[in-house]
Design a protein around this ligand. Structure first.
Ligand code: HBI
Ligand code: FE
Length: 286
């Protein structure tokens, strides 16, 4: 997205808009409740404990679409984050600038019943149910801010699409070790009825230990379940690796390294599951 686009009419110069929380209709609040009930039934035993803790301290199990001012007040006390409304996708620079200042931008609209299982643009259920609970976790909260700062820097290196893979394979589609088990934490998985089971339980995808350079070589699919998931040890470890890495030489090295396909397994990988890729094969068969 071009970074010099003006915000749409009615939006502030930083692209934020009022949530207008009191204007949600019963149907919209009902859609939230329906999605919430369906996803929370999946969570116990599958999702990272920090996610459940976030739902709890943010009081997200109360019915109806959450009020961003209330979420911000609770989050502010825990980790200094806020949730602000935007009309939809915002330019990269605007997105990163908000993250760098500990503001999470969320869509305020909710999907309609015919979009219950899939929609292209992130709605309030994906953004708030998927992303916001982990912002109550100190290390994850710092990681998100660091990502925003790194995002702004990456624009100067023309390296945004490499860095975007880090966001994709962690914040959106990451898995985390929990004792001897794997758990979900990526917002794209946690907010998806189908993928929350697929990512953990299906034999199709690869599950590979997190390696920053390797991950940033890996392409991803935006319109189907992932073919590989990357597994972190902890949010503290993810934050540490990100903070200790100088990304400038990494971007240099990435220019000389070939891209990897989403289903690739390479020699240096710590392979937790070698996927059958049956799902991806069936999807492409005509
Ligand atoms: N805008 N509202 C919104 N939400 C996003 O997740 C988002 C965005 N704009 C750009 C963007 N993401 C990308 O820059 C990153 O995911 C890399
Ligand atoms: Fe998202």
């Amino acid at each position: 997205m071009s970074t010099d686009l003006p915000p749409p009419a009615g939006a502030a110069s930083d692209w934020t808009i009022p949530q207008d929380w009191s204007r949600y209709t019963p149907a919209e609040n009902g859609m939230w409740d329906r999605l919430f009930a369906r996803q929370s039934a999946m969570l116990p035993g599958r999702v990272a404990p920090a996610f459940l803790y976030g739902l709890d301290v943010l009081r997200m199990e109360r019915p109806g679409i959450p009020n961003f001012d209330e979420l911000s007040e609770r989050l502010m006390k825990k980790t200094g984050w806020q949730v602000v409304a935007v009309p939809g996708l915002v330019p990269d620079e605007v997105f990163f600038d908000h993250l760098a200042n500990r503001r999470f931008v969320a869509g305020r609209f909710i999907r309609t019943p015919d979009q219950i299982d899939y929609l292209q643009e992130p709605d309030i259920f994906h953004d708030v149910f998927g992303h916001v609970p982990l912002l109550a976790h100190p290390a994850f909260a710092d990681y998100m801010q660091a990502y925003g700062q790194g995002g702004l820097r990456s624009l100067g290196f023309g390296a945004l699409h490499k860095l975007a893979r880090l966001y994709w394979y962690t914040v959106e589609f990451g898995l985390i070790r929990d004792g001897g088990d794997l758990k979900l934490y990526g917002a794209g998985i946690v907010s998806s009825y189908g993928e929350s089971r697929f990512a953990l339980e299906d034999a199709s995808p690869n599950r590979i230990g997190f390696d920053l350079m390797r991950l940033m070589r890996t392409n991803y699919k935006i319109d189907d379940y992932q073919q590989s998931y990357f597994v972190i040890d902890s949010f503290e470890e993810l934050l540490r690796i990100t903070m200790e890495t100088d990304f400038a030489p990494l971007y240099e090295a990435l220019n000389d390294a070939s891209d990897l396909s989403p289903d690739a397994i390479i020699e240096s990988d710590v392979v937790l599951t070698r996927g059958t890729q049956a799902h991806a094969r069936n999807m492409t068969r005509v």
